[in-house]
Each structure stands twice: as C-alpha cells, then as structure tokens.
Design a protein around this ligand. Structure first.
Ligand SMILES: *[C@@H]1O[C@H](CO)[C@@H](O)[C@H](O)[C@H]1NC(C)=O
Ligand SMILES: *[C@@H]1O[C@H](CO)[C@@H](O)[C@H](O)[C@H]1NC(C)=O
Ligand SMILES: *[C@@H]1O[C@H](CO)[C@@H](O)[C@H](O)[C@H]1NC(C)=O
Ligand SMILES: *[C@@H]1O[C@H](CO)[C@@H](O)[C@H](O)[C@H]1NC(C)=O
Ligand SMILES: *[C@@H]1O[C@H](CO)[C@@H](O)[C@H](O)[C@H]1NC(C)=O
Ligand SMILES: *[C@@H]1O[C@H](CO)[C@@H](O)[C@H](O)[C@H]1NC(C)=O
Length: 374
C-alpha cells in the first residue's frame, strides 16, 4: 500500500506521579458515530480510559470517567440541550463530535463561554475557523499543515504542473497555502470543481485531454474513492498518473479494484505505528468492527477514533501536570448561570503549549522522506 506516513497521532504516555485524592476526573464526549459499522469512537475512548485507570502510577488517584452522549442529528438546538445536561456534572473537557459541524460549533461556543476546553477531531472548516474560540483545540491537522505537506510531495516529485479536483466550494480557501506556492513559483495548477451532480466524469475527461499527470483530490474519503473509480473506468490509473489525496483517511481507502497497480497513489497516514499501544488499539477496533459490521472488511482505524484516544490522554495528562502547581478543582456549572470554570484558561494554555507535535511532523515527513510508491 502506498503511503507517506508521518509519525503519530498517539501521544506517548507521559503520566506523572501526582498526589491526588480518589475523586473522579470527569470528561464528556458527544459522539455522532453510528452504532453499526462505527468508526470505533466509543471503543477508543473506553480503551484510553481503561488504560489510564489501570496504569500503576494512578493507583489511589482520581478515577477517569468519560460520559458519552449520542448525537442523533447535527442540530444546534439538541446539542445545546445536551451541553446543559453536561455542565452540571463538572467536566474538565468536552470531546467531539467528529462529523457534525453545526453541533460542533455550538459546543465550541458554549465551552467558550464557560471556559471549558473543547477538543475537536474533525478537519477544519474555513468559515468556522475564523471565529475559533480560545477554549477550542482541534487535534486534526490544520488545512495549512495539509497544504504544506502536499506542496512537499509536489516538490519531491519536481512536479511543475498539477490539477486540483475540489469537492467543495471552500476548497480554495482551505488550500490557500498550496495555491500561493504555485503563484510564487509560476508553476501551473489548474483547479476543477465538482458540480452538484457529484459526477467527476467531465472533469476527469478534461484532465485527460490536457495531459495533466498529477492530480490532487481534495474531498472526503468516500468521494475520493468515487473519483478514483471513475478515473479507472476512463483508463486514467496507469503509470502515467499520480494521485494525491488530501484527506487523512488514507488507511480507510480501498484500492483493490484498481486495474493498473503501477499508478502512484499518495496520501497521508498520521498514525504512529511504533507507539507501544498501536497494535492493540488497531486489533481492538478490528475485532469490534467484525462484530458489528460483518458485510464490509475492516480497512484500518479511523483517524477520529485515534484522535479521541489521544484527546482523553491529553486532558488527563494536562490536568495532572497542572494540578502539581495549582489545585484543580472541578465545579458544576449550568446553562442558566454566568459562572465559568476558573481553571479552563490555564488548562488551555498548557495544552496549547504542549500540542505542537503534529504540524511539524506532517510537514517534515512529506519533505524529508518523500512518498513511497507501489
Ligand atoms: C489535584 O490534587 C489534589 C491533591 O493535591 C487532589 O485532591 C485533587 O483531586 C486533584 N485534582 C484532580 C482533578 O485530579
Ligand atoms: C528532482 O530533481 C532533483 C534535482 O534536479 C533530482 O536530484 C531528483 O532526483 C528529482 N526527484 C525526482 C523524484 O525525480
Ligand atoms: C463526502 O463528500 C460528498 C461530496 O462533497 C458528500 O456528498 C458526502 O455526504 C460526504 N460523505 C461523508 C461521509 O461525509
Ligand atoms: C511514536 O511512538 C513512539 C513510541 O511510543 C514515540 O517514542 C515517538 O515519539 C512517537 N512519535 C511521535 C511523533 O509522537
Ligand atoms: C482484522 O483482523 C483479521 C483477523 O481477525 C485479519 O485477517 C485482518 O487482516 C485484520 N485487518 C486489518 C486491517 O488489520
Ligand atoms: C514546512 O515546510 C516549509 C517549506 O517546505 C517550511 O518553510 C516551513 O517552515 C515548515 N514548517 C514547519 C512547521 O516545519
């Protein structure tokens, strides 16, 4: 399988000895993961929680609890109601959801007002990003990171002509950094937008007629797969072509049906396969997948589940670390009052200082190692 793998998402476990009384340390997660053929988000949160609670250094310390709330639809109103149930529990952070933008945005706003950290695990949305609250931390690599990584691959290939296929209107804003690089260098990038019919055939034919060999696809995993299948039908998956996927779900993409295995298909996988827990993590998700989704093969862990695993670790670690210098008390809040959580800002400052790993990694890997082809 071709891939440019930047090292990890999984945080090394830097749990530190702290004197804690055995209260519980409560986190809330709001998930939109379907029950059947799920992305494994509930399971990975449970894996993280159990692994933390069972660590010998946590004996006698506050037990980590994660309350999971199911989101039935992407609704601001319903999510706001859910947040009003969560706040009185006294949580140190709210995690998720991974694919409901409206809900995610209302959670960010409420968390912002109450000064409770909110961990996002979804790709940035341009418009929302402009107003991102201080208490929101997105563990998913940013559009800038992805742009720079794609530019790194193009440089590696000495590629001066490429075509960008966009599934969504905000594509050009998302990849602004990549476009800028083309402008400066005077290399050629042609941009083609999918229309409302979502049929890539006309675009692909134009690209074939232009003889553009490098095709960047900025779309989610399912749309990227559809585009590739169409390209195969049009005879565009030969050794002549290189496809670069900007979505980070490369490990979920099935390439089995492609005819010519000499075609270059590149994407990013940001899992740290050398993390001590990675194999067990992937196996647990695989097993759970087989139990509730027997008609489709398991292709690999979803990024959102790995990011939620990391989020649980990040919160617990940050609270423990901070608790060494100031006693972190948890306090019930409510939608009706103006009370805030007084430790939220220091927790965010700590997290922001300590979550610098990913962007640099994604960047340098694309540059230094270059892609491995089939
Ligand atoms: C912080 O430490 C104190 C004791 O030093 C402990 O009572 C408290 O439970 C800890 N807080 C958290 C959130 O772990
Ligand atoms: C790109 O160009 C450099 C210098 O011209 C060359 O050394 C390198 O092998 C080229 N890379 C590829 C992937 O063709
Ligand atoms: C993927 O993107 C397409 C087109 O942009 C959209 O119609 C579809 O709902 C998306 N699928 C998922 C799972 O987000
Ligand atoms: C990947 O995991 C290994 C083992 O836990 C760790 O030493 C390394 O720092 C991780 N890489 C990154 C980029 O976090
Ligand atoms: C999932 O597990 C099955 C066996 O239980 C194995 O054959 C398969 O290769 C695994 N898939 C992945 C992607 O790890
Ligand atoms: C990423 O790479 C670009 C050029 O390839 C470089 O200018 C930039 O400083 C790098 N960023 C990081 C965070 O390493």
């Amino acid at each position: 399988m071709p891939r440019v793998s930047a090292p990890l998402v999984l945080l090394p476990a830097w749990l530190v000895m702290v004197a804690c009384s055995p209260h519980s340390l409560r986190i809330a997660a709001i998930l939109d993961d379907p029950m059947e053929c799920s992305r494994g988000e509930r399971l990975s949160i449970t894996l993280a929680k159990n692994r933390i609670n069972r660590a010998p250094e946590r004996l006698g310390k506050a037990k980590v609890e994660v309350d999971i709330f199911e989101l039935l639809r992407d609704s601001e109103y319903e999510t706001a109601e859910t947040m009003c149930q969560i706040l009185p529990k006294g949580v140190v952070a709210v995690l998720g959801p991974s694919s409901s933008p409206a809900s995610s945005s209302i959670i960010s706003n409420i968390c912002g007002e109450k000064e409770v950290p909110h961990f996002k695990v979804a790709p940035e949305e341009f418009v929302k990003f402009q107003f991102q609250r201080f208490t929101t931390l997105n563990l998913h690599p940013s559009n800038t990171d992805i742009s720079v990584a794609v530019a790194g691959i193009l440089n590696f290939f000495n590629c001066t002509t490429a075509c960008l296929i966009c599934a969504k209107a905000e594509c050009l804003l998302n990849l602004e950094k990549l476009l800028r690089q083309f402008l400066i260098s005077k290399d050629t990038l042609s941009v083609r937008m999918l229309d409302d019919t979502r049929d890539p055939t006309p675009l692909l034919k134009e690209i074939r007629d232009d003889k553009t060999a490098t095709i960047i696809i900025h779309a989610n995993a399912s749309m990227s797969h559809t585009i590739l299948l169409k390209a195969a039908e049009l005879g565009m998956v030969s050794a002549y072509y290189t496809y670069i996927f900007t979505n980070l779900e490369f490990s979920l993409q099935r390439m089995d049906s492609l005819v010519d295995d000499r075609v270059n298909i590149l994407g990013f996988s940001i899992f740290n396969q050398s993390h001590a827990f990675f194999q067990e993590f992937a196996q647990s998700l695989n097993q759970s997948w087989q139990e509730n989704c027997d008609h489709v093969p398991f292709t690999g862990p979803a990024l959102s589940s790995a990011l939620l695993f990391d989020a649980v670790y990040a919160v617990v670690t940050a609270v423990q670390e901070l608790n060494r210098s100031q006693e972190i008390g948890v306090k019930p809040l409510s939608c009706g009052s103006a009370q805030i959580w007084q430790h939220g800002t220091s927790l965010m400052n700590y997290l922001r200082m300590n979550w610098k790993v990913l962007p640099a990694t994604l960047n340098s890997t694309a540059k230094a190692r270059g892609p491995t082809t089939l």
